[in-house]
Ligand binder design. Structure first.
Ligand SMILES: NC(=O)c1ccc[n+]([C@@H]2O[C@H](COP(=O)([O-])OP(=O)(O)OC[C@H]3O[C@@H](n4cnc5c(N)ncnc54)[C@H](O)[C@@H]3O)[C@@H](O)[C@H]2O)c1
Length: 225
C-alpha cells in the first residue's frame, strides 16, 4: 500500500515508538489475533518477524517500547501483547469513522465487516448525489454530504474514509477538516493538502499492482540472465 503518514510517533510507557514501528504494530496484531483464536499462549519474535517481513532484532526493538513483555525461554504472552498493541492503536476504545462517497468503492467498504474487529466503527456514510441520499448502504442510510458538520458533531468522528472522485476530493477534505476530522484515509487519486495536524494515508491499488508488475518483470529479467 502506498501510504503517507503525517501523524506523530506514539508515546508508550516504555518510550516513544518510531513511525515505522507504529506501522508494523497492526501486522503483529493480525498475527496475534490469529494465534489467540487458535488458543496459542506464547509467540516468538521469530514468528512475528516472519509475519511482518522484518528481522527478529527489529521486532524485539519494537516490542521493547511496549514494556518488559517477553518471558525468557517462552516468548511473548499472546494475550498480553495483543492488549498492549490494541491499547496503543486505540482499538480497545472504538473509534467512530465516517465514509464520504457512497459509490462503488465506498459502498463495498461500508459493507466490509472487518473494521469492528480493528476497533473502528463506520458510523455514517455520506454522498453529494441527491439520488443516493436516503438510500440504504449496508446497515446505514446515506446522509447528505453537505451536512457533514452535523454528522461529525453527532458521531464525534475524527477519522474519515474518502472515496469521492478525484476532482471532488480536495473540497470534500477541506470541509471534513473544517468540521473536526483529523485523520483521512484517501482513496481518491489526488494528493490532498491538509493542515499539519491532520494525518492523511493514501491507498493506491494501481500503484501497488505496478510495483508488483515491476518486481515480477525485473525478477524474470534477473533469472533470464
Ligand atoms: N486507491 C485505489 O486503489 C482506488 C481504487 C478504486 C477507486 N479509487 C478511487 O476511489 C474513488 C471512488 O471510486 P468509485 O469507483 O467508487 O467511484 P463512484 O463514482 O462509483 O463513487 C463516487 C461517489 O462519490 C460521490 N461524490 C461525488 N462528489 C462528492 C462529494 N463532494 N461529497 C460526497 N460524495 C461525493 C458520488 O455521488 C458517488 O456516489 C475515485 O476517486 C476513484 O478514483 C481508488
Amino acid at each position: 500500500m502506498i501510504s503517507r503518514q503525517r501523524d506523530v510517533p506514539g508515546a508508550t510507557s516504555a518510550g516513544p515508538l518510531s513511525r515505522r514501528a507504529l506501522d508494523r504494530l497492526p501486522v503483529y496484531l493480525r498475527r496475534l489475533n490469529a494465534l489467540a483464536a487458535a488458543g496459542t499462549e506464547y509467540v516468538s519474535s521469530t514468528e512475528l518477524a516472519a509475519a511482518a517481513g522484518a528481522s527478529r532484532d527489529l521486532v524485539r526493538k519494537d516490542l521493547s517500547a511496549l514494556g518488559q513483555l517477553g518471558r525468557p525461554g517462552k516468548g511473548y504472552p499472546v494475550g498480553v501483547l495483543e492488549a498492549a498493541i490494541e491499547q496503543i492503536l486505540g482499538i480497545s476504545t472504538h473509534q467512530p469513522v465516517i465514509l464520504v462517497g457512497a459509490g462503488h468503492l465506498g459502498t463495498a467498504l461500508v459493507q466490509y465487516g472487518g473494521f469492528a474487529a480493528r476497533g473502528l466503527d463506520v458510523v455514517s456514510v455520506l454522498d453529494a448525489d441527491p439520488q443516493r441520499v436516503g438510500q440504504p448502504c449496508g446497515q446505514l442510510t446515506i446522509e447528505d454530504a453537505s451536512r457533514a458538520g452535523e454528522v461529525i458533531e453527532r458521531t464525534g468522528a475524527r477519522l474519515a474514509i474518502l472515496t469521492v472522485p478525484g476532482e471532488a476530493a480536495q473540497l470534500a477534505a477541506d470541509d471534513l477538516v473544517h468540521h473536526g476530522i483529523r485523520g483521512i484515509l484517501n482513496f481518491a487519486p489526488v494528493e490532498l493538502e491538509v493542515p499539519e495536524e491532520v494525518s492523511v494515508r493514501v491507498v493506491d491499488v494501481s500503484a501497488e499492482l505496478q510495483l508488483l508488475a515491476f518486481h515480477h518483470i525485473s525478477g524474470e529479467a534477473g533469472s533470464a540472465r
